[in-house]
Design a protein around this ligand. Structure first.
Ligand code: ADP
Length: 259
């Protein structure tokens, strides 16, 4: 028969977690965290058990996005209990430091922090653990790619050339470390004026779909720039949780179903 599955390098599974998916972006500010949050929530609406790991050590945003604060507890003195919000288990460096404390860390500390957030947390049984990576292609991305078997990476970009250029670097990095790229999402894809309905392609439009085709990866969908997405995120009640039947929530749901 088939040979037993061999571990690749020193990648080890996170016990109980079926799939780990990374949400990445080439640069900051393109809406990667917002997308990771809403996708995690969309997975719960598909009936999955979902965790959300905020691997953005230097700029954790998941506590605010998911309306969570305070220190996580430990029941056994060894592992931390994730916090829960809208049915998603969440762990973030943001729970462990004060909001205005900067993380002044070199690479090895970032790497060990991420390993701890993955392995020293009582994730329990999860169908999918969504990891919100920091922007770029640095230590955190490498640690994630090399220490756990990622089911794949999703790359978020705006349609703008410069953001796409950075997204391509991310795409190539995941390919180099043998992590499947599950597809590209175009965020801030266009803007429709709430008063007159006029549409403006503020950061251009369609770039992510073109690049996806060029690179032979899936285009997962587009999310417009909309104040409702920003306001619900800032309030800690992301749109997929607070207004699950809105057009945006359905769009996140369609993207989640493709992943
Ligand atoms: P990143 O994780 O890429 O740095 P964030 O998710 O923190 O980006 O988003 C940056 C800012 O843009 C936040 O204020 C967020 O609320 C806002 N934002 C993200 N996506 C959208 C969107 N589709 N429409 C409106 N605002 C958005």
């Amino acid at each position: 028969g088939q040979p037993a599955q061999r571990p690749v390098g020193n990648k080890a599974l996170v016990p109980g977690v079926k799939h780990i998916i990374a949400v990445a972006s080439g640069k900051g500010g393109v809406g990667k965290s917002t997308t990771a949050t809403n996708l995690a929530l969309a997975f719960t609406t598909l009936g999955l058990k979902v965790g959300l790991l905020d691997a953005d050590i230097y700029g954790p945003s998941q506590p605010r996005l998911m309306g969570l604060s305070g220190r996580p507890e430990s029941r056994d003195g060894k592992t931390l209990e994730p916090k829960q919000s809208f049915g998603v288990k969440v762990m973030s460096m943001g729970f462990l430091i004060e909001e205005d404390t900067p993380m002044i860390w070199r690479g090895p500390m970032v790497m060990s922090a991420i390993t701890q957030l993955l392995r020293e947390v009582s994730w329990g049984e999860l169908d999918i653990l969504v990891c919100d990576l920091p922007p770029g292609t640095g230590d955190a991305q490498l640690t994630m790619s090399q220490s756990v078997p990622l089911s794949g990476a999703v790359i978020v970009s705006t349609p703008q050339d410069i953001a796409l250029l950075d997204a391509k670097k991310g795409l190539n990095m995941f390919r180099k470390v043998d992590v499947p790229v599950l597809g590209l999402i175009e965020n801030m894809s266009y803007f429709s004026c709430p008063n007159c309905g006029h549409r403006t392609d503020i950061f251009a439009h369609g770039g992510a779909q073109r690049e996806a085709a060029k690179f032979g990866v899936d285009f997962l969908g587009e999310i417009p720039l909309d104040i409702v997405i920003r306001e619900t995120s800032d309030a800690g009640t992301p749109i997929v949780a607070s207004d699950p039947t809105s057009a945006h929530s359905l769009a996140y749901g369609e993207i989640a179903a493709k992943i």
